[in-house]
Write a protein that binds this ligand. Structure first.
Ligand code: GDP
Length: 310
């Protein structure tokens, strides 16, 4: 296959797929459109967790065992913060801090998240393009039995324990897609638009909530293929399955597909899930991405499915 590949993605699950794509197509032909609904201001700093997960993963700096942050991180800042009685529920490693300080300073000076992210990616020699879904702040909130919780409060501080009734994306209606997001989706040379195995509700829905992105996906020439984030009737990690149940959904590839609706043209389903008629074309493979070879296999299978639809 030749042409560009786009990936709509959250953090860890999506970064694994992008890393796999880098093994099978030219990295510079890949564009990741990344969720920024998890972004928040903490201790005066602007933190963009999903963008940073992609930056760390694609530059080989991610702490894979921990699932967030960087490998070989040191914690002098957090230790000092704690001694002063500062909020310590959100861990900021010393190296990680450099990213947040620089990003915050540049945002304050008028630079956009898109430009800053591109500069970080270039400094670390990342070939793929990383595009924030929007340069305007969008903030995921969860209406829970404990009240309204901002995303990081729910996810990190409350460890996803509160039962969720509704999810909203504050600021989304007024946000614009990042400068190159729509033109990239609509570009003639796009061969495949993949929706990563990310959390549909917390990582992909915020992207689809930015006005214009859903319409662009409908109009795109390239097929939209979702890689199922449900494996063997459950989530591999994170709150996806718990959330789906709390919101009244089954935990199955069919339910994920129904949730995305007509934005999706095809689905890559895990071999552990027996699906009958999905209503859209699908392929089956082992979608678990433990090793680099696994990541490449899933990327290849998703691209082959897209190719078949062209
Ligand atoms: P996100 O990418 O930031 O949304 O975060 P996560 O890494 O927490 O993953 C979210 C969803 O992706 C969960 O439903 C996981 O089950 C799914 N996921 C994570 N890793 C894999 C994988 O290797 N294969 C598949 N098929 N799904 C995965």
């Amino acid at each position: 296959m030749s042409g560009r590949t786009l990936v709509l993605t959250g953090g860890v699950g999506g970064a694994k797929l992008v890393l796999g794509l880098q093994q099978v197509v030219e990295p510079s032909s890949i564009t990741a459109i990344v969720n920024t609904g998890d972004d928040f201001r903490h201790l005066g700093l602007w933190v963009s967790p999903d963008i940073d997960t992609l930056l760390y993963t694609l530059s080989g700096q991610a702490n894979a065992a921990q699932g967030w942050g960087r490998e070989g991180e040191t914690w002098a800042f957090m230790d000092a913060l704690r001694l002063l009685g500062g909020e310590d529920w959100f861990a900021l490693g010393d190296g990680d801090l450099a990213l947040h300080v620089l990003r915050s300073a540049r945002l304050a000076a008028g630079d956009t998240l898109t430009t800053i992210t591109a500069d970080f990616a270039s400094a670390w020699g990342i070939g793929a393009r990383i595009l924030p879904m929007s340069d305007q702040p969008v903030s995921t909130h969860l209406d829970t039995e404990e009240g309204d919780l901002a995303f990081q409060t729910y996810f990190v501080e409350q460890r996803c324990l509160p039962v969720v009734r509704r999810i909203s994306f504050q600021g989304a209606a007024a946000a614009r897609p990042g400068p190159d997001v729509i033109s990239t989706i609509l570009a003639e040379d796009v061969q495949a638009i993949l929706i990563a195995p990310s959390n549909p509700y917390l990582s992909i829905d915020p992207i689809l909530a930015v006005p214009g992105i859903r319409d662009a996906l409908h109009s795109a020439r390239a097929p939209v293929v979702v890689v199922s984030p449900v494996v063997d009737g459950n989530a591999v990690k994170g709150p996806t399955a718990k959330l789906m149940r709390e919101l009244g959904s089954a935990v199955s590839p069919e339910a994920v597909l129904a949730h995305y609706g007509d934005v999706v043209d095809a689905m890559l389903v895990d071999e552990r899930d027996a699906v009958l008629d999905l209503g859209v074309p699908h392929d089956v493979c082992d979608t678990l991405m433990h090793t680099l070879a696994d990541r490449a296999r899933v990327a290849r299978a998703a691209l082959a499915l897209a190719d078949r639809l062209q």
